[in-house]
Design a protein around this ligand. Structure first.
Ligand code: PMP
Length: 445
C-alpha cells in the first residue's frame, strides 16, 4: 500500500529532513505520516486509526493526549516557559525530583535532570568517573557494558552499548568491555525469567580479572534489554552482578530509560528484580514522552562525595549540566505524568494484567515456523524472527510494514519485533494486536 498520495509535503521538504534511526530513502518514497494521536491510537494521513503497539518509543504508557498532562503543559508555557538552568531555579524541578524519588529504590534520592536518555547515560558515566577521582581512585575510568545493550546515541552510549553496527560505523569510542548478553540457547520461549542466571554473571569476574578493578569505574546494564528485543535477565543474574561490583569497588548503573515508571509492572526494573544499583538512568516515560526529558538518579553517598568539597560559594561541585536540564515545561509534564500513573494505579494494573499479556503473546508460538523465540516481562515482549537471505532485519521490517498497513504500529529492531502496549491496554486490544501480528507473520512464508 502506498501512503504518499495525500501528503502536501514537497520533495524539497522531504529531502531536507535527515530522519533519525530511519531508512530515509525508503520512508521518503512511501512516507508513513502521523497527523494526530489520542488515547492508544494514532491517526495517519489517510485518516486510519493505528494502535500504538510500542507506546511511542516506549515513551507513552499513559497513551496520547492525556488531559492532565496537556493542561499542565499549557499552564506552564503561559507561566514560565523557560528558566535558566544554572545557578537559578524554579520550584517545579524540586517537586519533580522528589516525586521521582518516590519511584526509586530506597537510597537513590539525588536526581540530576537531563534532556534525554543519552544524556542521562552520559551523566551517569561522567559522574562515575568523577566519583572515583574524588575518592582518590582516578585510574578507575573504564566501563563494562553488555553485548546487545543499548545506552543511547552519544559517543559514550555507543561505547558501552553492545551493538556491533555502531562500532563498525563510528569507530573508536570510550574504552569499554562487554559482558555476553543473556539470551541463552535452550531458553527460547521461556515465559518471564529463565533459570541459571547466576552463571552468566560470572563472566564479569573474567573481565575484572583481565582488566583489573583498579581501572574500572562502573558496570552499566539495562535490567531488561529493550531495544535488543526484550531480553529478560535470567534468575539471579542481576543479584550476582551486584555482589561482584560490591566486592570490587565498581559502581553498578541500571539504565532504566525503558524500564522506569511502570513498564515492568513495577516502579523500576530494580524493584521488579529486587536489586538496587548505585545509579539509575531515566527518560521516556518520565514525561509520558510529551516533552524531552531524562534524569540520572544517584545514591546519596555519591552526591555527598561531591558536596563535601569545602569550596567557596562561587565554586561548582560538578561542572556538568545542560541548557535544558530541569526545563520547566518538562517538569510540569513530568509531575502530571507521574501523578497520573500513581492516581490511576497503573503500575499495579500492568502487574495484574501481565499474565494475560504473557499468555496472549506466547500464543504466537507455532503460528509460524519463522518465530525462533518469544520473550516477555511486564507489558513488553520481543519476538525473534529467523533471518532470510542472511539479513536479520529484513523480515522484521516487512512484518512491521505489514502491521502498519493493518492498523498497528510495532517496532522492528535487529532480528526482532518489539511490543510494548500502553499501560491501559485491554485484553481485547491485546488479542487483536497479536492476531494481526500472527497474520503478518504468516505472510512471510
Ligand atoms: N538507554 C536505553 C535503555 C534506551 O532504550 C534508550 C532509547 N531507546 C536510550 C538510553 C537513549 O535515550 P534517548 O533516545 O532519549 O537519548
Amino acid at each position: 500500500m502506498s501512503h504518499i498520495a495525500k501528503t502536501r509535503l514537497t520533495q524539497a521538504q522531504l529531502d531536507a529532513h535527515w530522519m533519525a534511526y530511519s531508512g530515509n530513502r525508503q520512508f521518503k518514497a512511501d512516507p508513513r505520516l502521523i497527523v494526530s494521536a489520542e488515547g492508544k491510537y494514532y491517526t495517519d494521513l489517510d485518516g486510519r486509526k493505528i494502535f500504538d503497539g510500542l507506546s511511542g518509543l516506549w515513551t507513552c504508557g499513559l497513551g496520547h493526549s492525556v488531559p492532565a498532562i496537556n493542561e499542565a503543559v499549557a499552564n506552564q508555557v503561559k507561566t514560565l516557559d523557560y528558566s535558566p538552568a544554572f545557578q537559578y531555579g524554579h520550584e517545579k524541578s524540586f517537586e519533580l525530583a522528589e516525586k521521582i524519588t518516590q519511584f526509586m529504590p530506597k537510597g537513590l534520592n539525588r536526581v540530576f535532570f537531563t534532556g534525554s536518555g543519552s544524556e542521562s547515560v552520559d551523566t551517569a558515566l561522567k559522574i562515575a568517573r568523577a566519583y572515583w577521582r574524588k575518592k582518590g581512585k582516578g585510574t578507575k575510568v573504564k566501563f563494562i557494558g553488555r553485548a546487545k545493550g543499548y545506552h543511547g546515541a552519544s559517543v559514550s552510549g555507543f561505547s558501552v552499548g553492545g551493538i556491533p553496527a555502531n562500532r563498525t560505523l563510528y569507530g573508536q569510542g570510550l574504552e569499554s568491555y562487554h559482558l555476553p548478553h543473556t539470551q541463552v540457547p535452550g531458553t527460547e520461549f521461556t515465559k518471564g525469567m529463565a533459570e541459571q542466571g547466576k552463571e552468566r554473571a560470572e563472566d564479569l569476574i573474567n573481565l575484572i580479572t583481565m582488566h583489573d578493578a583498579s581501572n574500572i569505574a562502573a558496570v552499566i546494564v539495562e535490567p531488561m534489554s529493550g531495544s535488543a528485543g526484550v531480553i529478560v535477565p535470567p534468575q539471579g543474574y542481576l543479584q550476582r552482578l551486584r555482589e561482584i561490583c560490591d566486592q570490587h569497588d565498581i559502581l553498578l548503573i541500571f539504565d532504566e530509560v525503558i524500564t522506569g515508571f511502570g513498564r515492568m509492572g513495577a516502579k523500576t526494573g530494580a524493584e521488579a528484580f529486587n536489586v538496587t544499583p548505585d545509579v539509575i538512568t531515566l527518560a521516556k516515560q518520565v514525561t509520558n514522552g510529551v516533552i524531552p526529558m531524562g534524569a540520572a538518579v544517584f545514591k546519596q553517598e555519591i552526591y555527598d562525595t561531591f558536596m563535601d568539597n569545602g569550596g567557596a560559594d562561587y565554586m561548582l561541585e560538578v561542572p556538568h549540566g545542560y541548557t535544558y536540564s530541569a526545563h520547566p515545561i518538562a517538569c510540569a509534564a513530568g509531575l502530571a505524568s507521574l501523578e497520573e500513573i500513581q492516581q490511576q494505579n497503573l503500575i499495579e494494573r500492568v502487574k495484574e494484567m501481565s499474565p494475560t499479556w504473557e499468555e496472549c503473546v506466547h500464543q504466537l508460538k507455532g503460528v509460524s515456523p519463522i518465530i525462533t523465540d518469544i520473550r516477555n516481562y511486564g507489558f513488553a515482549a520481543g519476538i525473534t524472527i529467523a533471518a532470510v537471505d542472511n539479513e536479520p532485519a529484513k523480515r522484521p521490517f516487512q512484518i512491521a510494514m505489514s502491521m502498519w498497513d493493518k492498523g498497528y504500529y510495532v517496532r522492528y529492531g535487529a532480528d526482532t519485533i518489539q511490543l510494548a502496549p500502553p499501560f491501559t491496554t485491554e485484553k481485547s486490544e491485546m488479542d487483536s494486536l497479536i492476531n494481526a501480528l500472527g497474520d503478518s507473520l504468516k505472510e512471510q512464508h
